[in-house]
Design a protein around this ligand. Structure first.
Ligand SMILES: [Zn+2]
Length: 198
């Protein structure tokens, strides 16, 4: 199934358009601390796509804002479908490489196949099977998809991938990315703001 994973430029352009919409909604909502006006303060990023999401490496801006109010100036980085926290790899690359590593092991063979060092793959699996399981997003997904069992938790994120609707890889990546959006940033964004866009 992963021989057919093809995440092309149009796929990443579409994710980028959703990110822009999310950013617009977050900006309109104002600073989460003081309600002040948010000003554009994007980060230039050079994301890695490994062998999975190379087409997404051209996208180099992560939307971000700074509060304009004197004495606050808090930074707000909106949730994203392209970036997963501060990781240098695109979320699509982290997800697909982790799923493959969960199925085939995080050894050298998998590392070569996906273009990610085995140590990095091991770290990612540790996150999916550790901190990720404690997030609200996982708990919600687990309830909806029946992923609360020990077997499912130990098979993350392959169990999540297998339980997701949609057959094509790009559909699955997009579906999961939408559900994980809130945990892609430490900024607290009101769920109603995100829901209106996603
Ligand atoms: Zn503020």
């Amino acid at each position: 199934m992963f021989d057919q994973v093809e995440l092309d430029r149009e796929f990443f352009a579409a994710l980028g358009r959703v990110d822009a919409k999310i950013a617009g909604a977050v900006r309109d909502d104002g600073c989460g601390r003081c309600g002040g006006r948010l000003h554009r303060g994007d980060y230039a990023r050079k994301p890695r796509g490994a062998l999975i999401a190379a087409a997404g490496e051209a996208l180099v801006v992560r939307f971000s804002f700074c509060c304009g109010r004197e004495g606050c100036r808090r930074r707000t980085t909106p949730p994203s479908l392209r970036f997963l926290g501060r990781r240098v790899y695109l979320e699509a690359a982290v997800l697909v490489a982790s799923v493959i590593a969960a199925i085939r092991g995080a050894g050298r063979g998998t590392g070569r196949e996906v273009g990610v060092p085995p140590r990095t793959l091991g770290r990612w699996l540790g996150w999916w099977r550790g901190a990720f399981l404690k997030t609200v997003e996982f708990v919600t997904l687990a309830a909806a998809l029946g992923l609360g069992t020990t077997a499912a938790r130990e098979a993350m994120p392959a169990a999540l991938w297998a339980a997701s609707p949609g057959s094509a890889a790009d559909e699955t990546v997009g579906w999961i990315a939408r559900r994980l959006a809130p945990l892609t940033t430490s900024a607290v964004v009101r769920s109603s703001v995100l829901r209106a866009v996603l």
